[in-house]
Design a protein around this ligand. Structure first.
Ligand SMILES: NC(=O)c1ccc[n+]([C@@H]2O[C@H](COP(=O)([O-])OP(=O)(O)OC[C@H]3O[C@@H](n4cnc5c(N)ncnc54)[C@H](O)[C@@H]3O)[C@@H](O)[C@H]2O)c1
Length: 273
């Protein structure tokens, strides 16, 4: 039997919830840069009955992502690829964020675009931060969407003076994810596959807890209070949306972004925040 393979890259809070939701009856390939996170996620999912394989990956290095894509293809038919690997502003420098959140996503889209099965689907976990930036110029949009991944970090507007802090690096990386996914919708479509992004708002995971304990904490609390939902989101709510976008009911959706933020962006645009 040709086994269906689900690849989950980045197995923190959101990655594990999606693996749990999507993995039953499939071979699940978990990948993360952190060996401890990988071992503990694999143990947890195995104890729930899932069939798990693991491989360490650094999404910012093409050879590492290519090796992961090759391993996935060696396990069976790669029908689902989900990448959640990311660094948040309190965790890393602007250059590290650009390498993982911006280049890393571009490399995953290119390398898994080689192996995704016909009828398969992908999800990139972006962020509502990608909806907070002022509009970019048409030239910047085009460069972020179509520059070959290996040249992306050479773009002049991504140099240190254009991206002065980690928050700016995170915002532009997450905007780039939307543009990159839209562009990849064409290439993946040629293989009969789809790819979309999800832009979560504040979802309670270790990453969000670190952010809320950092200098941006008061701003996050303001966002929660001003939003129509008035609460944080859960990883299971992101996994439910991912299940829809990965499944047959979303067969007409590709190259798109789904904002799941409890209405924070609506509150910002309305002037309430
Ligand atoms: N939690 C939130 O509130 C929130 C909101 C918006 C967007 N997001 C995005 O969702 C994604 C997942 O976030 P999470 O909350 O599950 O965070 P998390 O920190 O629990 O998970 C992220 C995982 O990515 C891994 N990772 C980091 N660098 C990597 C690399 N170079 N190669 C491979 N793996 C790497 C980490 O080891 C970690 O396990 C991130 O991209 C984040 O930006 C999260």
């Amino acid at each position: 039997m040709n086994k269906e393979v689900v690849v989950v890259i980045g197995v923190g809070g959101i990655g594990q919830a999606i693996a749990r939701r999507q993995g039953a009856g499939k071979t699940v390939l978990l990948a993360d840069i952190n060996e401890d996170t990988l071992a503990s996620a694999a143990g947890e999912l195995r104890s729930m009955g899932h069939t798990i394989t693991t491989q360490r990956v650094d999404v910012s290095v093409r050879e590492s992502v290519a090796a992961l894509a090759n391993s996935a293809a060696g396990l069976g038919s790669v029908t689902q690829v989900i990448t959640t690997a990311g660094l948040s502003p309190v965790q890393a420098s602007p250059s590290a964020i650009l390498a993982v959140d911006l280049l890393g996503v571009a490399l995953v889209l290119e390398e898994f675009g080689r192996v995704i099965a016909s009828g398969g689907a992908g999800i990139v976990i972006s962020s509502m931060a990608g909806h907070m930036l002022p509009p970019l110029s048409p030239e910047q949009n085009e460069a972020l969407a179509y520059t070959p991944a290996d040249d992306l970090l050479k773009l002049t507007f991504l140099a240190a003076d254009g991206v002065p802090n980690s928050g700016a690096a995170y915002g532009i990386s997450k905007r780039a994810n939307h543009l990159r996914v839209q562009a990849a919708g064409i290439d993946w479509g040629e293989r009969g596959a789809r790819v979309n992004s999800i832009s979560p708002g504040i979802i309670l995971t270790p990453l969000a807890e670190e952010e809320m304990a950092g200098p941006g904490g008061p701003r996050y609390r303001e966002m929660i209070q001003a939003s129509p939902a008035g609460r944080v989101g859960t990883t299971d709510e992101i996994a439910s949306a991912a299940a829809y976008l990965l499944g047959p009911d979303a067969g007409f959706i590709t190259g798109s972004d789904l904002l799941i933020d409890g209405g924070v962006i609506a509150a910002i645009r309305s002037g309430r925040l």
